[in-house]
Each structure stands twice: as C-alpha cells, then as structure tokens.
Design a binder for this molecule. Sequence first.
Ligand code: FAD
Ligand code: NAD
Length: 472
Amino acid sequence: MIEPARLTVIGGGPGGYTAAFFAADLGMSVTLIDGAPDPGGVCLYRGCMPSKALLHVAKVLTEAKEAGQWGVSFGEPAIDLDRLRSWKSTVVSTLTSGLGQLARQRNVTYVQGRASLVDAHTARVALTTGGSQDVSFDHAILATGSRPARPATLAVEHERVMDSTAALEISRIPESLLVVGGGYIGLELGTVYAALGTEVSVVEMTSSVLPGVDSDLVRVMARRLAKTVHAIHVDTKVTNLAPNSEGVEVALDGPKVESSPARFDAVLVAVGRMPNSQIEGLDGTAARLDARGFVEVDGQRRTAEPSLFAIGDVAGEPMLAHKAFHEARVAVEAATGKRVAFEPQAVPAVVFTDPEIAWCGLTETAAKQDGRAVSISRFPWGASGRAITLGRPDGMTKIIVDPESESVLGVGIVGTGAGELIAEGVVAIEMGATISDLKECIHPHPTLSETVLESAESFLGLSTHIYKPKRS
Ligand code: FAD
Ligand code: NAD
C-alpha cells in the first residue's frame, strides 16, 4: 500500500506534474502516477519539446541556405542523423530528469506504473517493476492526456506509415513523405522533414490547411510553405494506404486529384488526437464522458464524481500544454475548497511553422460565425524595420477590436517569432486593455513587438510607418 495521499494525480504530463507540484507547494501530500521513469508526458517525451528541438534545427538549416542572398554561403549541410537524434534526446532527458528532481525536492511520491480506479477514493497502480499497489486519496486529478487518432483507412501498421511519435524518431530521412492532415502536427513535422531534404506533400481534407484559423494569417504562411514543400492538396482524402518494401501506394480522392494511386517513400498520419479517457474503473464512478470521449468537467474541472477532477487533453480542447498548466492550478485550488473557475479570456495558440502563426482571444473567423460585429486592424510586416533587417517581411499583426468600447478582443500574428509576440495580446485581453492603451505603451525599437503597437496606431489611423489617406 502506497502512503495515503490527500491528492493523487494520474498522468505525469504538463497537467499532471503542474497539479502535483502546485499541490505539494500548498502543503498537500501528493502521489503522482505515470508509466515513464520521470514526469513529462506526451509534451516532453514525444510532443512539444522534441518537435521544437527539431524545428530549431530546421530553422538553422533554412536560414543558412537563405543567407546566400546576403552574400554569406555555407555550402550544402551535412546531416549526421545519429548526432541529431542524440541532441534531441538530450533535450528531452534534461527536461524530464529536471522534473524528476523537482518532484523529489517537493516530496511528491512518484510511482511508475499504470493506474486504474478501484472506487472514487482509491487508485490501483500496476507497477512498472511488477505487482500492484493501492493508494487512497481525498481527491484525484485525471490527467491522462491523449493519443494519435487513427481512422480505419489510415490504421496501417508498417514502419513506412508513421504517427507523430514515430516521425519524431527521425529514423531516416525519406526521399518523399506524404503528410495526411494539414493541422498543427502535419505542418510542423512537415516543415522539419522538408528542411532535412525530404520532398514533402500534404493532403488536407478541408478546403485549407489549418482549418478554422483566420484565412488572412494562413495565406501568409501558406505562400512560403508552398515554396518549401512539394505539394499541398486540399479538399483531398486518403482512401487507402498500401505499404510494401518499395514505398507506400496511396489512393487519393478529391476534385483536383490528377493521379491516384501515388507512391511515397513514407507517410505521416496526423489527423488529430483522441482523449485517453478509457481509465479502468472510471465507469464505476459518477464521472461521465461526452460524445467525443472527453471526461466531462464543470468550471472547476470537477467531474460529476465530487472527488475526481480532470484536466488537460483528456478534459477537452484545445489540446495544448499551457491550457493543461492553467487547469491544473484551478483543479488543485478547487480541491482545497477555494472558489475558483477556469475562465480564460485568451488561450493562446501557436503553430510553429515558418513563419509561425499565433492567435489569442476572439478570432475573425469566430466573430463571423457568431455574427458579432468587430473592427479589425492589420499591420503588414513589410512596414516593420525589424522584419526587414531579418529578411522576413512576410508577416502581419492584426487586432480584433470591439467597435463600441474599443477594447482588444483578439490578436492574430503571422511572422517569424509570432509565438513569442502573442503573449502581449494575452496580457492586453486579460487586463481589459483598449486599443488606445496599447498605443500608449512604448515598445522597444527596432523589434517585431512594434508591429503590435503599429497595428493599434493603424486602427486609429495614426501608424507612423504606413500611410492611409484620410477618407473625405
Ligand atoms: P499528456 O502530456 O498526454 O500526458 C499524459 C500522461 O498520462 C502520459 O504520460 C500518459 O502515458 C499518462 N497516462 C495515461 N493513462 C495513464 C494511466 N492510466 N496511468 C498512469 N499514467 C497514464 N502543445 C503545446 O501547447 N505546444 C506545443 O508546441 C505542442 N506540440 C506538440 C507536438 C506534438 C508532436 C504533439 C503530439 C503534441 C503537442 N502539443 C503541444 C500538445 C501537448 O503535448 C498536449 O496538449 C499536452 O501534452 C497535454 O498534457 P496532459 O497533461 O493533458 O497530457
Ligand atoms: P489537428 O486537429 O491540428 O489537425 C488535423 C488535420 O487533419 C485537420 O486539418 C483535419 O481537417 C485534417 N484531417 C482529418 N482527417 C483527415 C483525413 N482523413 N484526410 C486528410 N486530412 C484529414 O491535429 P494534429 O495535427 O494531429 O494535432 C493534434 C493536436 O495536438 C492539435 O490539435 C493541437 O491541439 C496539439 N498540437 C499542438 C501543437 C502546438 O501547440 N504547436 C503542435 C502539435 C500538436
């Protein structure tokens, strides 16, 4: 029997480890259960961090290639895959072992194994080392995350047909790669493989890559993407995957498909993720799943079973690590009896393509869908001194404004480093800033952050670096 804990957390990803560490900081006794040797979850072991390490390499390769236009030539890159993989593994192990150390420093009992529920106050852990042990708790937080979705047509077991976990291994650099799904993972990992020299094609079943993201932002990114990848097929579906020793024969269906089947050296399936909500014993409690399989929670992230909370990917979209971080704190405080709620005004989203796309708060697309009147201001990066010094004028910063109060409702940015810049939008929205508040804040020069300032100025018809004739 593991020592009874006031809080037991099932799943050691960004949601789970944040909840465990925060609860320990508040003085609670905490047990954290996960199958890996150290906390980290999908994000650290096979998601955010290894993908961003590889995207950094992709950025260096691309910049080195493009430096030729400034008179600096490095020659053809020589890629040592063993060293690349080893560097990526070092990034992961540095981060996960650091989390292990932080758990020990906080006296969080970390148990390596797979948890099920015996009842609403007891978990059973099938230990990685063999055998099983029970742990009783006042409250438990389910933070079991998600896994890649594999619809029947794409559920083919073969080394040439990869999901994101296999693609992150970079076991080889395929000559050609078909990416099925033009979402976050498809475009980020497609960017990595294209930079490594693979001929990448993307198949997306909707009419645009990154469906749901404002089309003016996507257009800027897609223009460059079209130069780095071989082909982007929208409105297209894969109807069959047939791998063999030579490659993968792929049957494509869509109005613009010219030849099908087509052969690719490898295929990456990235068509979304599914919640890990089939936790054994959960159905014996009052907790319920929604139609898509997410654990149903209230504003405090509490399930219908009062002692159980759910956070992160298993508790609904957006499936983002920083959403999980924030929910973790709300759930822990709720477990201590505090009156708290998860009510963010602006959850940022960043797609780490080249250029990056980032947005927060209300999008133009959502405003249109809801029939909500908004005013929009756009600042093109061709007018940003900093963007030009970087050789990257392909960007835009837009602000979505309430026409009555002039408060900032949303911010969208496409351009190099957009993921860093979007935080200013989050702060503006959460602090209830108006467009004039943004205009009054001095931004450092020359930086890309000035594009936020100038977008605000442009809204008021006062941007220094773009000229808009006054309407008579
Ligand atoms: P997870 O990180 O999924 O962790 C859940 C953990 O619970 C896992 O370790 C799992 O093994 C464990 N578990 C499951 N069931 C049990 C059980 N019964 N007993 C014990 N343990 C169990 N998000 C971003 O915000 N930014 C990014 O840049 C980003 N990049 C990504 C790149 C890729 C390739 C992928 C796949 C995802 C990316 N994400 C990114 C999404 C991000 O990884 C998830 O949103 C985040 O990991 C969710 O955290 P979580 O705590 O809910 O669960
Ligand atoms: P996604 O939902 O972002 O994209 C999936 C895409 O596949 C969609 O555009 C969808 O229309 C398309 N699609 C679905 N079925 C298809 C089919 N049969 N044929 C062709 N296209 C099809 O999902 P993902 O890229 O797998 O990523 C999963 C989640 O992981 C993301 O939604 C996000 O929450 C998270 N993630 C975040 C980041 C980040 O924050 N930078 C990075 C990677 C993943």
